[in-house]
Every structure is written in structure tokens, then in C-alpha cells.
Write a protein that binds this ligand. Sequence first.
Ligand code: WTA
Length: 649
Amino acid sequence: MSRETLHPVPEAYAEQSLLNEADYFELYRRSIDDSEGFWREQGRRLDWIKPYTQVKDVSFAKDDLHIRWYADGTLNVSSNCLDRHLVEHGDSTAILWVGDEPGISREISYRELHADVCRLANGLKSLGVRKGDVVTIYMPMIPEAAVAMLACARIGAVHSVVFAGFSPEALAGRMDDGKSRIAITANAGKRGGKSVVLKENVDRAVALCRETSVDKVVVVNYTDDEVPWNPARDCDYGELVAQQNDDCEAEEMSAEDPLFILYTSGSTGKPKGVLHTSGGYLTYASLTHEYVFDYRRGERYWCAADIGWVTGHSYIIYGPLANGATTVMYEGVPNYPDVTRVAQIIDEHKIEILYIAPTAIRALMAEGDRPTAGASLESLRLLGTVGEPINPEAWNWYHRSFGRGHCPIVDTWWQTETGGAMLTPLPGATALKPGSATRPFFGVRPALVDNGGNILEGAAEGNLVLLDSWPGQMRTVFGDHQRFIDTYFSTFEGMYFTGDGARRDADGYYWITGRVDDVLNVSGHRMGTAELESALVAHEAVAEAAVVGFPHEIKGQGIYIYVTLNSDREPSEEMRRALRDWLRSEIGPIATPDVIQWAPGLPKTRSGKIMRRILRKIAADECDQLGDISTLADPSVVQQLIDGRVALA
Ligand code: WTA
């Protein structure tokens, strides 16, 4: 990478930020050399009921895997996000909610949020919810979603937020896996001027559940939409909380008690329930939120994610609220009613920090100057990105348009599994290179290894692993600890394997090259090809299917599907539509394929393994780079697929 693209730390930052470059290196070195001491100190940013004496108890060895942080301490996460701010900052805004339609917003103070959370916490208790119970949250981006998460945390229930764009089938799978007996939802949501069906999806999901019986559904009657009502099971949120006391004693939780489960896709099998615990997770979310965004109390900070993803958990709810921040919660989409919406929200609410996915940036970039035309954007001082690699062109556009050439961009690399940012610039400390997530956060020990697990030194490219634990690390796959060990600790002995590839340049900067496993990243949403394939073959017309990603200008990766139909079926446009609808209903609209190609056969080795490398090349229109195909059982299918692709184009 050439030096010309280096963006030094702006002077205004070097002087005023929490840390400068020298501080970063010093603190980073300490965090590694004296990991125990560093984290002992950092844990004190939280209020503990019973202070911890133990800090770190970790082994990544696969026969003795254990990850425990602050294990003998007790605390409550919701108290840390609410109660402790009340005395001095009770009236400052905790949540600045911005509605789907322009002109609609609401500010909720810490005091009000505390009362709302307590009322719902008491309401949930009155419905019989107890410590350790799994509560499914399937909600639009309204304040009640945040209230629901924190109310669970308050009483020690484990929330499992399911993205409201998932289908009833996908929702049922997650409720079954979590053995969840209660769901919190809304009658409907609003997004981009459209109504989003929620309660009816929950009804259908409840009917589909096989492993659990859902006996309570709490419904926020948010829109005017009428929905079917089952008086024995459904419970009106407004009525439930109206009768409740606005104080609820917070449950004393062990640091290692579960806080939430969040499902995410892997390269095999169905989605995994990533389990995060209380003390370490909140320490890490809070610490990273403060340093990555160089956050000062009183600033308006906007993370434009959805609470259905980990970014929404750590950086809309837990990190900012633990820090007493004002967190913006936006109900809508970046381009409704038009592409100036993001800039308008920033100007209207004088937002200082914007954190958004590259896919949204690319979609806006496609509109040229229009998204920021006429906007002042003067309040903005820092930009961030998350969820997928950002191409330098989009980085530069973001920097020029929203950043007016002077706001730094923190490109944060992390995962549902990591709980918080792992590779990231710090605004006052890190010179930037467009497209690079730069350096490790405190306490993070990244390394690159070759396929044999040998650690590569200096400038190199390889598989990205983490050599030591950090407090925000996931602790297990819910209900399947062996899968946790197999997925993350078995590929490379004694290391956590991220599933990502990366390059490290001569300056020690990391550049994520993308997943090295069979996981797609479509508009920043993770999707397992295996999950899509198993949904496809469940369709009665499909004999076989293979799914790969291909470069897509806006989404980062698009979904490319090869389908072999049963012999009594004929390819047709109608069939294409049917399969597209099928995936939408089995998984959700985010699984809508971009391309469906009919495949008379799939390229397989003699042992029957599909050679995805070849399918990826064909999908990327790089048919001249297929490499060695002589090991295929029937090399002639390759030409058929190439011809089929030409016919598609
Ligand atoms: C990818 C989202 C490049 C990566 C927080 C990772 C990124 C997966 C970046 C996790 C980034 C996330 N640059 N790639 N800044 N951030 N990724 O679990 O492939 O939804 O493994 O967590 O997104 O996605 P997840």
C-alpha cells in the first residue's frame, strides 16, 4: 500500500482525544504484557455488587477449553446501563429515537428509560419469567425494543433478539433452539414507509415450533394495524406495564451468567446461538465504545444498525448506555423518503458521530453528491464503518461527503462472536489507510497463520486468528458446547479462528480480505451457504443446489445460486420466481438470490464434493481462471455451466 493514501491524525484530534499515538502503543503494550493487570483495572469501569478478585481464567486448548472473566464478581447489566447514571445524569437523554417518517422523534432520559425498564421487568416477572429463561425479542426499531432487552437483563432473563426481517420459519428455528417460551413483539413495524408484519409472523412461528411451546406473546400495539388475538396467550404490552411499579430491584448476576443469545450463520449447519455473558461483555462493549469513538458524555452518537444484529446490541444499547451516552435509535432506512435522509437526521439532531455499514455508504454513493447536497453536517466529527470490508472508493466518498474531508473514519473489524471491536483505528491515535481496519484494540492479539497453522511474521497474508482471550468473547454455542470447540478452536491448535482472511502490511496494518469459509456477507449480513442450500433442497422441485457469493457493487457480495431441478421439472421464469419466494419465506428477504442459474450438473470431485472454487469463478465471470479441473468426476459439466452463464448474461 502506498504512503500517499495515509491520512494522518487530524491535529484537532491529536490534542484533544482521549489517547494519542504514543499513548496507544504504550497502553497496547501494557494490555498484552500485563493482560491480567490491564483488565483488572478496566473491569472497574462497571459498578459491581460484589467486586471480583479473579480476572482472567482462560485456556484455548481444545481439550481444556474454558473462558472466564471476573468470574467471582457479581453485577447487573441493566443497573450499569441505567441506575448508576441517575443521580448525576438522570435527565440527560439516553435514547434519541428517530422515526421512519421525517419530523418524528422522541428523547428519552435515563430516568424515563429506567422507569420503563423497571415496569416491563416487573411485568415480565408477573408473567412468570425467571432468571435464566430465554425471551425472544422480535421487534421493530422502537424504544420498546431497547426496553425489552434491558428488562430481561434486569431480571436475569436471557434475551434472544431475532432480526425482524427474518421469516416465521427462521424465527421458529431460533425459538426452538433457545427453548424460548415467551416472545415480545409489536403488532407491526414501519420501515421505509411500509408496514412490516410482525405479530402474524410470531403467530405462524409459534405454530411451527416443535421443541418449545410458547405460552406468552407480549405485543406492543404500535401501529393501527389490526392483528389476530389469542386472549389465552397474547398480552398487550401497554396494559401489562400500566399496572406495574416503576422500580424493580435488579437481580444480582454472576459475571459469567448469560446476558444474551444471538444467532449467527456459520459455514455448516443451522445458525448458532452465540452466547455472551454479563461482566466481561459489558466491560468490553463499554471500553471499546468509549475509545473507538473517543466518546464524551453529552455527544449525540448514531449507530445506524438494527438491534437484530450484534452491532445493535453492543453499539446502540449496551456500550453507549453503560457509558451514559446519548444513543440514536433510527427506525427507518437510509434512503427513505429520499437519499438525503441520513444527512437530514444529522443536521436536525446535531449528531457528532455516525457509525454505518459500507453497504449503506455504497448505496448512497451511487447517488453521487445528492445524499449530502445542501446539508451542513457541521456537527459531525467522527465517522465509522462496520460489518464488511469497505472498498477505498467508498471510503473516500464517505470521507469527502459526510466527513467533509476532515472527519476520521474508524473502520472496525469484529464479529458477533467477539462482542466488540477487535481491529480498529482510534481517532486521535491512528493514521488511517482507506480500506484497512488498521491495528488491534487493547488486549487483542491477532495473528496470521498459513493453512498449516504456522504463524506468519511481518508483512504477510493468511488466516486471521486470535491468540488470547478478551472479556467480550463469546463463551459457548447455546446448547452445543462441542460445536463451539469444533468451530473456533479446532482448525488451528490453541487459537481462536475467525473464519476471515487478512493481510498485514509493512506498517503492521491489517486488511481484511473476506471470509475464507463458506459464509457470505451480503450487505453486511452473514449467511451460511449451507443454510441457503438446505433451504433450497427442501423445495420439492429441487434435486441439488450450490450457493456461492460473487462481487456485487452495492451489497459487497451477491447471492449466486446453481440449481439442478428434479428430472420431471423444467426451468422457467416462473420456477425462478418460485425459488426466490421460497428462500424469502424460509429465511427472509435478506436471502433473496441475485442470480439463479440452472445447472444440469454440479462440478464434483470423484468423492462427490462440490468444487465451489469453480462455481465462484464462474459466478464472478472469471471463467478464464478456473484452474485445474482435471480432478473432477465429470469435467464436461464445467463447459455446460460456462455456457449457461453466457446465456444468462
Ligand atoms: C465481516 C458484524 C471487513 C468479517 C460486527 C466478519 C468485516 C464478519 C468488518 C462478522 C470490517 C465485519 N472489515 N470485514 N470492518 N467487520 N466484517 O458477525 O467477515 O455480523 O467475520 O458481525 O463480518 O459479521 P457479524
